[in-house]
Write a protein that binds this ligand. Structure first.
Ligand code: NDP
Length: 324
């Protein structure tokens, strides 16, 4: 059975009186720092001297150089994964270092002294703050990478609770499991969904359906998004009752139509690139090359022409379209 932790599983005393360094003040960093401070922890922000630092000071935090994180009892490293290995931070052998993604631990890019763990929010950075303020929290994946003091688990859960990550429950995973799952959604699932969507657009165009109508049906109407929302809140079987009988019959009678397609071979190859570390090596090389290929790919697939088409369609549909 997979462990799922809730607030009652954490003892706040495990980190009471500890100093917490939040390294980085971006999407996750700002939200974590604000949440941890509101949970009563002595929180300081370690950042480079630039806009991040100004923002942290404007939010009332004491700010320090990156190196100063080494003096804290708990070090939260909230910096892009490809940058973490180059940071000049050296946590003490009694410290607990926490990352928000399993990536650097899974692929041996980061190995600080002391206890090392992961609290990975299943939530975008700014929402981590919003969900804390709303009192609902967010789901996280938590896992220990090294327990060298015997206190890693207790401290990690206390920190996860303080950041708001136990209110809805935290699924225990190793950093490797978290990294593989996270990257596989991006690299194996997302391209498959894009391929299916593109095929659908092509077939609808062949039926003389206007492109604007297809994009609206798939995205702008919000219908697909809301259906997924119902799947999350009520489950597949319960939400089925909201579809018309024609829709129910059509969906269910054609459910196996693509079963003959060999998706698994490609998917396994993509996941093997992740599992073997080949993707991590490729991403390091891309970083060292100044992210040139990333810039070219973005220009090709999410460049000005596509932005303009999407903006124009939103204008034509009127103000309410994207809020449906
Ligand atoms: P951001 O890109 O928002 O981090 C920006 C921060 O990193 C800034 O403070 C920036 O400082 C600092 N930074 C960037 N480069 C350097 C550098 N070379 N040296 C020193 N500081 C640097 O990152 P995220 O918050 O998106 O991601 C942080 C972690 O959270 C990652 O491990 C990520 O995988 C994880 N995560 C992120 C999620 C998200 O929603 N974004 C979701 C779940 C996990 P400066 O202003 O000085 O450049």
């Amino acid at each position: 059975m997979t462990n799922i932790f809730h607030e009652g599983d954490a003892d706040p005393d495990a980190i009471a009186g500890s100093t917490v360094a939040v390294v980085g003040y971006g999407n996750q960093g700002r939200s974590w720092a604000l949440n941890l401070r509101d949970s009563g922890l002595d929180t300081r922000v370690c950042v480079r001297a630039d806009a991040s630092r100004e923002q942290a000071e404007a939010d009332g935090f004491g700010t320090f150089e990156l190196e100063a994180a080494g003096d804290a009892d708990v070090v939260c490293v909230l910096i892009p994964d490809d940058v973490i290995p180059s940071l000049p931070i050296k946590p003490s052998p009694t410290a607990l270092t926490v990352v928000a993604s399993g990536y650097t631990l899974a692929f041996d890019r980061f190995d600080p002294d002391g206890d090392v763990g992961m609290i990975a929010p299943r939530m975008l950075g700014p929402e981590v703050r919003r969900c804390y303020e709303e009192g609902v929290g967010f789901i996280t994946a938590v896992g220990i990478h090294h327990d060298r003091t015997g206190r890693a688990q207790a401290r990690l859960l206390a920190l996860a609770r303080a950041v708001g990550g136990l209110r809805q429950g935290a699924i225990e995973m190793t950093p490797r499991q978290e990294a593989v799952l996270d990257l596989a959604v991006e690299q194996a699932l997302s391209p498959a969904l894009t391929h299916v969507n593109n095929a659908f657009v092509q077939v609808m165009l062949e039926q003389d359906v206007p492109l604007e109508a297809i994009v609206t049906e798939l995205i702008l109407s919000g219908e697909v998004e809301r259906t997924y929302g119902l799947l999350r809140k009520e489950g597949y079987a319960a939400q089925m009752e909201y579809h018309s009988p024609t829709s129910q019959y059509g969906q269910l009678s054609r459910r196996g139509a693509y079963d003959g397609l060999d998706i698994l071979t490609t998917m396994r190859r993509l996941v093997d690139d992740i599992d073997s570390g080949r993707f991590a090596d490729e991403w390091d090389a891309e970083r060292d090359d100044g992210h040139q290929r990333l810039a070219a790919l973005k220009a090709e697939h999410a460049g000005p022409a596509i932005r303009e088409f999407e903006a124009d369609l939103r204008r034509q549909l009127g103000e309410g379209a994207a809020r449906a």
